[in-house]
Design a protein around this ligand. Structure first.
Ligand code: PGA
Length: 248
């Protein structure tokens, strides 16, 4: 039985305020430790955060010269040049605009030369000795964090996962452009990797996240609510807008 903590919950006016607060946390972290390792998510929620972060780096408000950026998850079976990979998304939104170098960007390959389990092992070996200083997360409609779909275990490591029907439905709108099939598998950092991070920020905005945020914060910690495991971590902050916090 692990000790449960009450996560810090910060409720803000709107998604814009959430993005500003998350950026200021990132800046604080990097000022405190220049060579911080930051795990970063994809998805719609952090898009504004990345815009603001790009501005902060370009304005010289924060220096990313020693930072390592680490992917949280990636689709499996998308060609590397496919614009839908999380890596390409992060490159467009953050990596390229700040000229962030490849040797400090820890990526998961969507189309590895070897097989996918081998790619998951390679990434696990790369990250396991240096836990992230700060991990930023979104949350799925089914309470997944990264692609840790329910049921998830708090000991799970980086591995290949099959995406749930809920996630496939949520992704379909965004990803199956031009009649292309939606990826059904992914590689994700496990809950175990996430809980090893020194600090964790979960960001959620909009009414569609309200019920799942209530479950993650109020219901019993369980495999069926992967984000509820964040309550096993003493330094987790939830940054929510009023809509996402409306059922708390
Ligand atoms: P979203 O995705 O930011 O696009 O809502 C979050 C997630 O599925 O983890």
């Amino acid at each position: 039985m692990q000790l449960e903590h009450q996560p810090e919950i910060v409720v803000l006016q709107d998604p814009e305020a959430v993005a500003h607060f998350v950026v200021s946390e990132i800046i604080k972290q990097v000022k405190l430790k220049a060579n911080s390792v930051l795990t970063i998510p994809t998805g719609k929620t952090p898009e504004r955060t990345y815009e603001l972060l790009v501005e902060a780096v370009q304005n010289g408000e924060v220096n990313f010269d020693k930072v390592t950026l680490r992917m949280l998850d990636e689709y499996a079976c998308l060609e590397r040049k496919d614009s839908r990979t999380f890596q390409n998304h992060l490159r467009r939104k953050l990596i390229d605009p700040i000229n962030f170098p490849n040797d400090r960007f820890q990526t998961i390959d969507s189309w590895p030369e070897d097989d996918f389990p081998e790619e998951a092992r390679r990434f696990e070996n790369l990250i396991k000795r240096t836990p992230s200083d700060l991990t930023i997360l979104g949350i799925g409609q089914n309470a997944h964090i990264g692609f840790n779909e329910p049921p998830a275990r708090p000991t799970d490591r980086t591995r290949v996962v099959q995406l749930s029907d809920d996630t496939l439905r949520a992704n379909k709108k965004d990803i199956s452009k031009h009649g292309k099939r939606t990826p059904e598998f992914a590689i994700t950092q496990g809950i175990g990797n996430i809980l090893e991070s020194k600090r964790i920020i979960l960001m959620a905005t909009g009414k569609s996240k309200a019920d799942i945020i209530r479950q993650a914060v109020r219901e019993a910690v369980s495999a069926h609510i992967p984000a509820s495991y964040l309550r096993l971590h003493p330094k987790t902050i939830f940054f929510l807008d009023r809509a996402a916090a409306s059922q708390l």
